[in-house]
Design a protein around this ligand. Structure first.
Ligand code: GCV
Length: 845
């Protein structure tokens, strides 16, 4: 490049930097999540300008070193300032970081709050020897680390620190995540890529991601992580695997995150060579004891075991006629000398229930099995209870077992990974849903006893209690497959720290840390997040009926029928006459009787039960009138249309941020996802509405269901090479059919003539993106190509149906009456370039 050209580039770059502050130019791939430490600008920066330049850290433990480095890193990022580290107080303002003991040795005149304990921290602005200082102190080193992250959050929010005075202690001692990673690198119900821990049956050589994950977790107060699937491979306990696990523990340790593992209860037999794993056999006890000793020799701060037993085909104590308490205790006794704990999952149920028996009810299982064992568990056992009685459905009541254990430690299990909630492809902020359960009052002993206070151990004065969240992050750069899904990981952790935080507070914090402090951006994203769960509920499963997904397959797209006539017990009992499970005491399965008398009153009668859970508790005719005045069937139709419509609004809202979240990668990524969701919400809407129309025989009063005037079905077009096929279940494709392009043909087309009036339109092509090949599509109008794309998404199914139905939107095209519209498809490697329909929508001005 010639010198003058070079200078021009430098000048232009400088000019651009003035126009667009560094933050906006910074491409963001989501890896840093809420720890971006993006530079503060202008007025925000001015607010924290007086931040000290010296950092005093007296102790030198690894955790304090991490804390110190993180503070330096954060300030460098946000303020462009470098902190100088000292051991003694300088004669100027300083940040003082350490434990209470460190603080006392540096400035004995200070009086930290007496209540500061466990993992808590104290942040304060204090004058020491005439200088303004910022104190970041923890009762423990881990508390000091949490204090650093809390201070960095305040700086990111550009809060005034001059009167800083805050003491925080976590509400819950146990704040764990569970990751369902298999040793081969796949993750059960993981939607963000392969395991960050395992590959090919071994722990990864490079654990950088594991360390970075621990940093993210520590930044929001998580103190434990179970790294392998609850459907555990016994190999984790082999002598050659344990040292590998120790490497993960090493990666976690600088962040105060303790390692836990899931174990298979049959290990003494399958691995140890015993002829039994009967928990009351002394050889079994000895096997666990020796195994625990072996583990603690390698991992002295090992947190403990997580156990899934007698559930979904997993071995368990029932094989020997023993109870979960017998099983939990044998493992607990092995861990007890090392201060380890056992998390024993209450997700124990029979998945071969007889569906013909109206009294059978999977929802009863956890309480029926665990409540009678309440005084039988050792003190280092914690029963881990899913928040609802079924399985992470879009809406469930609080599990009665959460109120059914008074002499046993418990944690509430929440699912952060969106298994039944759109698998990270649908925007669904789960915090408002979790809050409903956490705030639900169990009315135990005629007292106010919200679930959050029972789970924490507070109500029954249990030493151990808290939260476990199924996170399932993966190797995708943005961890969960979608940067927006990280709001759920953030929210889970913040609730585990303080369940009294509101959904709005959490959403606002996450949004500002992730996208910056622009009030328009924050308001818009907050509004999207906070309405996203009701939206998802509206187009998937309303009135407490469950997610209505294909429960026998991917748990993703619609599959209303799949819940019925099998032993899994996720029944909604819809038939021609009505819908819903009768779980009342008087006439139903008696499930309601598992709650306290006060709560029974809320759900036993139709009159008392809130609409939102009606079909979970009662079977009613489709013509039953809700409290809203609508019939059940009309409510089903209306809510599905409202939900789908709202996803359209999400796209518009996000588009309004185009120039505010910059040209960064996340903007396009999120936009693409929201557009996909908009299309898939319509697939859901139509499948569910048509299923209910067929079963109930009651038409939609608004005439929408089954009538799609803007649609041209592919099977009614002029087909060359394409041939119609039936789709199963029929409601998952418009008109029950798709057209596919099958061998020996290698290219097909479907065409029709536009019979509307001249104008500008949006063309929506509904096609099927199977997860095998990469079929190609082209759209031509009057012989001119308007669009082409490759169906290369990896949706969770090979089949043509509700999981794979996808919408391509082609905006603002000019059409004239009589124009030929042609879709061309080129199949690839078993993917059949299948088309469902084309919709021609007048473009709104
Ligand atoms: C790990 C649901 C999921 C399973 C999961 C199970 C559990 O049934 O679909 O993938 O298994 O819950 O929580 O154990």
């Amino acid at each position: 490049m010639k010198r003058s050209g070079f200078l021009r580039v430098v000048f232009l770059a400088g000019f651009l930097l003035i126009l667009y502050p560094a933050q906006k130019l910074h491409a963001d791939n989501g890896y840093d999540a809420w720890l971006r430490y993006a530079p503060l600008q202008g007025a925000e920066r001015a607010k924290v300008a007086a931040f000290p330049s010296t950092l005093v850290v007296r102790g030198d433990s690894p955790l304090l070193e991490t804390s110190q480095k993180e503070l330096i890193r954060g300030l460098h990022g946000m303020l462009g300032r470098e902190l100088r580290v000292e051991k003694e107080l300088p004669k100027e303002s300083a940040v003082i970081l350490g434990t209470l003991a460190d603080l006392n040795s540096l400035a004995p005149e200070l009086h930290p709050p007496a209540e500061l304990q466990a993992d808590g921290y104290w942040l304060a602005s204090e004058r020491i020897h005439g200088h303004d200082c910022i104190i970041v102190a923890g009762a423990t080193e881990r508390g000091a680390l949490y204090g650093v992250f809390a201070l960095l959050r305040k700086i990111a929010f550009a809060e005034d620190l001059s009167h800083l005075q805050e003491m925080q202690t976590p509400a819950n001692p146990i704040r764990w995540v569970n990751d369902w990673d298999n040793l081969d690198g796949r993750i059960e119900r993981g939607y963000g890529g392969r395991s960050i821990f395992f590959e090919n049956g071994a722990v990864r050589a490079d654990l950088t991601r594991a360390g970075d994950y621990a940093r993210l977790l520590a930044s929001v107060g998580i103190n434990g992580c179970v790294v392998n699937n609850v459907n555990a491979n016994p190999r984790v306990l082999t002598p050659d695997f344990l040292p590998q696990l120790a490497r993960i523990a090493d990666a976690f340790r600088p962040w105060g995150v303790r390692l836990g593992i899931s174990v298979d209860l049959s290990s003494p037999k399958s691995l140890g060579g015993l002829d039994t794993f009967d928990p009351i056999d002394s050889r079994v006890q000895l096997w666990w004891t020796e195994k625990a000793e072996e583990i603690y020799r390698l991992i002295p701060d090992f947190a403990g075991f997580l156990v899934k037993a007698d559930s979904e085909g997993r071995p368990g104590p029932s094989s020997y006629g023993r109870t979960p308490a017998d099983a939990a205790n044998v493992v607990a006794r092995a861990l007890q000398p090392h201060n380890g704990i056992v998390m024993y999952r209450a997700f124990v149920y029979d998945h071969h229930l007889d569906w013909r028996n109206p009294k059978n009810d999977r929802a009863r299982a956890a309480y029926d099995i665990f409540h009678p064992l309440d005084d039988k568990f050792d003190d280092n056992v914690i029963v881990q209870i899913k928040h609802g009685p079924i399985d992470f459905q879009v809406r469930e009541p609080a599990s009665p077992l959460l109120g059914g254990l008074e002499k046993t430690n418990e944690v509430i299990e929440l699912q952060i990974t969106q298994e039944y909630m759109g698998q990270q492809r649908h925007l669904c902020f789960l915090v408002p849903m979790w809050k409903e359960t956490l705030d639900f009052d169990m009315h135990l002993h005629d007292r106010a006893t919200p679930v959050k206070n029972i789970a924490s151990g507070q109500v029954f004065r249990r030493a151990l209690g808290g939260f476990a969240g199924v996170a399932n992050v993966g190797l995708d750069t943005n961890w969960m497959g979608n940067p927006m899904a990280m709001a759920n990981l953030y929210g889970f952790a913040r609730l585990a720290w303080d369940p009294n935080l509101s959904s709005a507070d959490i959403s606002d914090e996450w949004t500002r840390l992730t996208f910056g402090n622009d009030p328009v951006v924050d308001r818009t994203i907050d509004s999207m997040l906070l309405s996203s769960w009701p939206t998802y509920e509206n187009y998937t499963g309303q009135l407490g009926i469950g997610t209505l997904t294909d429960i026998l397959g991917s748990h993703y797209g619609p599959g209303v029928e799949s819940s019925e006539r099998n032993g899994w017990g996720q029944w909604h009992r819809a038939d021609h006459d009505g819908v819903g499970m009768d779980r009342s005491i008087a006439t139903g399965t008696g499930y309601v009787g598992q709650y306290s008398p006060e709560v029974q009153k809320e759900f036993e009668t139709l009159a008392a039960t809130p609409d939102s859970l009606l079909l979970f508790f009662h079977h009613v005719p489709f013509t039953y009138r809700l409290k809203s005045g609508k019939t059940v069937i009309q409510h089903i139709y209306d809510s599905h249309y409202e939900g789908a419509e709202r996803t359209h609004v999400f796209v518009r809202m996000w588009e309004s941020l185009r120039n505010l979240v910059g040209d960064d990668e996340r903007y396009e990524f999120v936009l693409k996802g929201l557009k996909y969701q908009e299309g898939h919400a319509i697939v859901w809407r139509d499948a569910v509405c048509n299923w209910f129309l067929r079963v109930s025989g009651i038409p939609d009063a608004k005439g929408r269901v089954g009538h799609y005037p803007k649609r041209i079905e592919a099977e009614s077009m002029q087909l060359t090479g394409y041939a119609p096929v039936d789709v199963e279940p029929a409601e998952n494709a418009s008109g029950g059919k798709a057209t596919t392009c099958q061998a020996p043909v290698s290219e097909c087309s479907a065409s029709f003539h536009f019979n509307g009036t001249d104008g500008t339109y949006q063309l929506n092509v509904q096609y099927f993106d199977q997860n095998n090949g990469k079929a190609k599509f082209r759209v031509l109008v009057g012989g001119r190509q308007l669009d082409e794309w490759i169906a290369d998404d990896t949706l969770p199914n090979l089949k043509i149906g509700g999981d794979t139905s996808t919408r391509r939107q082609i905006s603002k095209i000019t059409l004239h009456h009589g124009d030929e519209i042609r879709i061309e498809g080129i199949p690839d490697d078993g993917e059949l370039a299948a088309i469902d329909y084309v919709e021609i929508d007048p473009t709104s001005p």
